[in-house]
Unconditional design. Structure first.
Length: 270
């Protein structure tokens, strides 16, 4: 049996350690501010240089027990030059794409460049999602510790959605409602303030038109990014899955996007 004085000493030691950790905990506001400033100062690539990588998307429709009912895969060749992304469909389900599908993907790619490339545009592509200051500021954060990923130290922050401001309107009320239910964790590189990882989930079920049209019972989101040897941060993996219902049909779906085979190459002007 452990003597009572040993338990007392252990309790005092743990109290002192907890107080020390609390005093040394960094400012959450400073961490978030560093992330926001990094988002605003996306480093430009050198003229005539581009990142090239492979993007593999896998879309699964799942059975009730989680087994795959149907899988669709697409492979793209992606180039990013001075912040402008261009994609080319290479394969569909391990086959060359039919001409109609290739043309459709080219049209979507062109429309995306036009939408995100407008000088007046507020949002920018980042981390496979549109992440900017307005999105970051929608959440409250709590610092929970440090964690090392790929040899680099990260702040770990828990986040939860802030209450919507009274009378606030939005052009995308559906997205706002969905975002208001999100909670999870962020991993932010301590040295360069880059977003390295995001884990998010719905805090509670989400209904569309009181559940008559659709209902999402569960949803998870994962984003992973990493640093290239030349110092640039790029997307590695994006994954989202949800369980719900559309009208009277049950839905279980999962989307996985992986980007790899990164290289820097010279491109022709224009």
């Amino acid at each position: 049996m452990v003597p009572r004085y040993s338990i007392l000493i252990l309790s005092l030691w743990m109290t002192v350690c907890a107080a020390s950790i609390s005093e040394e905990s960094p400012s959450v506001e400073d961490i978030v501010k560093g992330l926001v400033e990094r988002l605003k100062s996306m480093p430009e690539l050198q003229a005539g240089r581009a990142h090239v990588c492979r993007r593999l998307t896998v879309f699964d429709t799942l059975e009730a027990d989680g087994k795959i009912f149907e899988r669709k895969t697409k492979e793209y060749r992606v180039a990013v030059t001075n912040g402008v992304e261009t994609t080319r469909l290479v394969r569909i389900d391990d086959h060359e794409p039919p001409p109609a599908d290739a043309r459709s993907e080219e049209r979507k790619d062109r429309e995306a460049r036009e939408r995100y490339g407008k000088p007046t545009g507020v949002k920018k592509r980042r981390g496979m999602e549109v992440i900017d200051e307005s999105l970051i500021r929608r959440f409250d954060y709590r610092w929970v510790g440090y964690e090392v990923i790929a040899g680099r130290t990260n702040h770990v922050l828990e986040f939860s959605a802030r209450h919507a401001e009274p009378g606030r309107s939005s052009a995308n009320a559906f997205a706002d409602r969905l975002m208001s239910q999100l909670q999870g964790r962020l991993w932010i590189d301590t040295e360069e303030h880059e977003l390295a990882r995001v884990e998010a989930r719905l805090g509670k079920s989400f209904d569309v038109l009181a559940g008559v049209v659709a209902s999402i019972q569960k949803m998870t989101l994962l984003i992973e990014r990493f640093r290239l040897p030349d110092g640039r941060w790029v997307d590695g993996r994006f994954q989202t899955a949800f369980e719900g219902r559309k009208f009277l049909s049950a839905l279980r779906m999962r989307l996985q996007v992986e980007q790899d085979r990164y290289e820097t190459t010279t491109v022709n002007p224009g």
